[in-house]
Design a protein. Structure first.
Length: 412
């Protein structure tokens, strides 16, 4: 055993030589990426960390690097395969060699990466989020909403500069039947670390104006296909699952559904497909309306034909019925005429007899008739005297006889 002291450089050299001898191979290591950064030379520097699954405390950490010639191949391969940015916070399985430098100390050099491990971890995280939403009873709430038959008023959550947003609006505007769609953009960041926060802010604004819209469309096309992690968060998924308007997603990717896609009412692949879905919905309503119009026209024409046949039958029946009724009415009128003539003669004869009787009674009751029988009428001052108490001595009276008058003075 060497008892003489080592210089630090000598000790580090010994450590380096020992590690090269003990760990000469390449090793697959599973860890989480942290502090990922690259410089102008194209090299990537990062940390690989491991956390305690219970306490989430760090239990291991190592510096790592990916040299330029490897990084320019490894990064796009990983991102295109996983649909996930090569950035901090994701779990990876990387092939490394162990390095020890006298000045910089212990580090790992990354030579390869296994995207399937990251895909598995991402799928696991999605499953956990979806399971949590299901346990909370909100997973399918948005899917259970009724999709409007005429989804014409559309709240669009997208980046104003995204090519997908332009494609979406162009597709709606140039639909074959010239349906009118009203769209209003609620700008949001659709890639990067602020996707969740930005989309949630736009949904809050839409929620304040629910009566102005029929559906919400979240579209992304034009962004990097590797930057979809922002759509795999619990908060965004929970907000969309419980949103009171149907949500349509078209965030432009071919891989497995994001959590946002899983809770949305309708998921399509691209913004253009989202526009086509809305146009198809309007086409279905228009087709149904046209079918109803055709059915109504057929029913009306059929009913008119039935009524025409009925009128023709009634017309035939009316002709014979009228002739029969006219003949019966003519006979009735003739009979009534004879009855009326007989009745009139009888009535006139009866009334004539009554008039003769009345005439005789009137003649018998006339003053001349009474006077001719010996009666007389006494007048005082032109009025007939019927009560002797109305007379007084000296009154002049005129008594009318059948023939002539007698004037007398009351003396007693």
């Amino acid at each position: 055993m060497n008892t003489s002291p080592f210089s630090l450089f000598e000790l580090n050299t010994l450590v380096k030589r020992s590690m090269e001898q003990c760990l000469p191979d390449e090793y697959w290591v599973q860890a989480e990426l942290s502090d990922v950064r690259s410089n102008a030379t194209g090299h990537c520097y990062l940390e690989l960390i491991q956390k305690d699954p219970r306490s989430n405390n760090l239990i291991a950490k190592a510096r790592a690097n990916i040299w330029n010639n490897t990084y320019r191949l490894l990064k796009p391969y990983f991102e295109e395969t996983t649909g996930q940015l090569f950035t901090s916070g994701i779990k990876v399985s990387v092939k490394v060699t162990v390095q020890f430098h006298e000045l910089y100390g212990y580090s790992l050099t990354v030579h390869d990466i296994d995207p399937t491990y990251t895909l598995g971890d991402m799928a696991r995280r999605r499953r956990e989020i979806l399971l949590q939403l299901a346990q909370e009873g909100v997973l399918t709430l948005n899917k259970e909403l009724d999709m409007p038959q005429l989804p014409r008023r559309i709240a669009v959550v997208s980046s104003a500069t995204a090519a997908g947003y332009g494609d979406f609006c162009h597709q709606l505007l140039h639909n074959a039947r010239r349906f009118y769609f009203y769209t209003e953009l609620f700008p949001a960041l659709m890639q990067g670390s602020q996707v969740e926060e930005s989309i949630l802010a736009s949904l809050d604004k839409i929620n304040d104006r629910l009566s102005d819209f029929d559906v919400v469309v979240i579209i992304r096309g034009g962004g990097a296909t590797s930057d979809l992690s922002g759509f795999d968060t619990y908060l965004l998924a929970a907000a969309c699952a419980q949103f009171p308007l149907p949500i349509i997603t078209g965030i432009g990717h071919e891989r497995d559904e994001t959590v946002l896609d899983s809770v949305a009412h309708v998921r399509v692949k691209t913004p253009t497909a989202a526009a086509e879905f809305l146009i198809d919905r309007m086409n279905e309503a228009a087709d149904q309306l046209e079918a109803l119009i055709d059915q109504l026209e057929y029913s009306v024409l059929s009913r008119l034909e039935q009524e025409r046949k009925k009128l023709t039958a009634f017309q035939t029946r009316i002709s014979s019925s009228v002739a029969m009724h006219l003949s019966s009415a003519r006979y009735t009128l003739l009979a009534a005429e004879k009855d009326l003539e007989r009745s009139s003669i009888t009535l006139l004869s009866r009334q004539k007899h009554r008039l003769e009787l009345l005439q005789q009674r009137i003649a018998d009751a006339s003053p001349e008739k009474l006077l001719s029988r010996g009666y007389s009428i006494t007048f005082k001052e032109g009025k007939a005297v019927t009560d002797r108490s109305t007379l007084k001595s000296g009154d002049e009276l005129i008594t009318r006889l059948y023939k002539g008058e007698v004037t007398s003075i009351v003396t007693k």
